[in-house]
Design a protein around this ligand. Structure first.
Ligand code: FES
Length: 104
């Protein structure tokens, strides 16, 4: 089994405040949310189609897809409004000494 580990992604101070920041990490395109309930990380691609959720509207809890207005809860990845039906893939994250880390 592949060893999983924590990886530094971006400094907390470089995030868009109370918004979503698009970050490339290796081959992964990530969306990092500065949400009301903390920092959350998902893949940036919508599960419904070829849209980058980082271009959508974020209200601090829900991200709205810019293409067809599917809605996801960034705390859990749950798809909340059609046409999005498949939950968003969330990536385990934490903040250590001002740096956002993801577990991959
Ligand atoms: S591509 Fe996101 S809702 Fe359709």
């Amino acid at each position: 089994m592949k060893n999983r580990n924590w990886h530094n992604v971006i400094e907390l101070s470089n995030l868009e405040k109370k918004d979503v920041t698009n970050v490339q990490f290796g081959t992964k395109d990530l969306a990092i949310y500065d949400a009301k309930d903390g920092i959350f990380v998902s893949l940036s691609r919508c599960t419904h189609g070829a849209a980058n959720l980082c271009d959508g509207y974020f209200d601090g809890t829900y991200i709205e897809c810019p293409l067809h207005q599917g809605l996801f809860d960034v705390r859990t990845g749950e798809a909340k409004a059609p046409p999005a039906r498949v939950n968003l893939k969330m990536i385990k994250s934490r903040v250590r000494e001002g740096i956002i880390q993801i577990y991959l």
